[in-house]
Design a protein around this ligand. Structure first.
Ligand code: ADP
Length: 369
């Protein structure tokens, strides 16, 4: 077990900076997910932690010890990659035993660990099989078994589920989480998939272009994104974002769009005329059935969406379209658990409950409410 600290970690490849000063404290036993778009530096950060890549500047501590210059094999870290890298000519048992055998541990010492890992990972019936006779999920579990028998202080997972089909991914997600609950080990887990991040992490680190945008518990990031990047990255379908300027209408702060659409906004610290962006999650947009004239707001707002496409998922239906008066630049999404009887081409009046709206400074991207 080990706590991990990253202090102002920087990475340059040749002269090109790719990681720009990362500060992060991970508690002993914590499951932390690094998430961000491809190329934002997640793998580079993990490789520096693993000792596979030199740290250009900054300090890295594991279990309270500075480990910048510690060779990879002395860091007591196990890594599971996207490609399982199993030896095709070795059985499951031999694959899992490979590390201890290489270190010349006697079999009497490592066999019980392998048996325990195989039991935990449901691999007991497959110990004598070759990897080619296993499914993708089983191979991934063998790769995890190999990591588990090392009894490492820290587990690193780098996109371990990317090669699996959707159903298996959901299953393995749950397995990795339950493995963590049993072993109570420290985990750093990299993914570009925000659903994976939301469902697995005790905390999520959202990265973008070599920097941390926000660190927090999954629902805190979802409910109060600190900036436009996190707002648009976390959540699927993504948060609706509508740009305009702040204007006071009959004492009520409103977002006024280029086409004079007015939407009341929650605001504490913005100035009149400031460029602002309103955000609202698809499930918070309310469809106003036609016939009910208005839902009381201080300012009369009439936003309606011309529906372009309808996607029923079963539990929810997504309605996509353009908001009137906002030309074609914005597609809005409404997620509804009700099976509304509207069709593509029709207009749907919408209401944005003010208490569920997010507000951002369009220039800095920072949250305003
Ligand atoms: P992620 O894992 O988030 O997709 P990476 O850490 O792989 O991102 O890459 C971060 C940036 O560093 C990218 O711009 C990538 O092109 C660059 N990069 C990664 N590895 C190398 C390398 N060995 N040499 C030069 N540039 C690299």
């Amino acid at each position: 077990m080990a706590a991990v600290q990253l202090k102002n970690i920087v990475k340059h490849y040749e002269q090109t900076p790719v990681v720009h000063g990362i500060d992060l404290d991970i508690a002993d036993g914590e499951f932390v997910v690094l998430v961000g778009p491809s190329g934002c530096g997640k793998s580079t950060l993990m490789r520096m932690v693993a000792g596979l890549e030199e740290i250009t500047a900054g300090d890295f501590y594991i279990g309270g010890q500075r480990a910048n210059d510690l060779p990879a094999q002395q860091r007591n870290i196990a890594m599971v990659f996207q490609s399982y890298a199993l030896y095709p000519h070795l059985t499951v048992y031999e694959n899992i035993a490979f590390g201890p055998k290489l270190r010349r541990e006697p079999e009497t010492s490592y066999r019980p660990r392998i048996e325990a890992a195989a039991k935990m990972l449901n691999l007991v019936p497959y110990l004598d099989r070759l990897p080619k006779a296993l499914s993708g999920g089983q191979r991934q579990r063998v790769a995890m078994g190999r990591a588990v028998v090392r009894e490492p202080a820290l587990f690193l997972f780098d996109e371990p589920l990317s090669n699996l089909d959707a159903k298996l991914r959901v299953q393995m997600r749950a397995e990795i989480k339950s493995l963590h609950q049993r072993l109570k080990n420290t985990v750093m887990y990299v993914t570009h998939d925000q659903i994976e991040a939301m469902t697995m992490g005790d905390r999520i680190v959202v990265m973008n272009a070599g920097r941390i945008e926000q660190v927090g518990k999954p629902l805190d990031l979802y409910d109060r994104p600190a900036n436009l990047f996190v707002a648009s990255f976390i959540g699927s379908p993504g948060m609706n974002l509508i740009a305009g300027i702040l204007s006071m209408e009959e004492g009520q702060p409103c977002l006024r769009t280029a086409n004079n659409l007015r939407i009341p906004v929650p605001v504490s610290s913005a100035r009149q005329g400031q460029a602002i962006t309103l955000g609202i999650r698809p499930e918070h947009v309310v469809a106003r059935p036609s016939g009910i004239a208005s839902i009381s707001t201080d300012v009369s707002t009439s936003v309606s969406m011309s529906i372009d496409s309808i996607e029923p998922t079963g539990a929810e239906t997504y309605f996509y379209g353009n908001l009137d008066g906002i030309l074609n630049e914005h597609t809005c999404c409404l997620a509804s658990r009700e099976r509304l009887s509207v069709r593509t081409g029709e207009k749907l009046p919408l209401h944005f409950p003010i208490e569920l709206c997010h507000l951002f400074d369009s220039q800095t991207g920072l949250r305003l409410n």
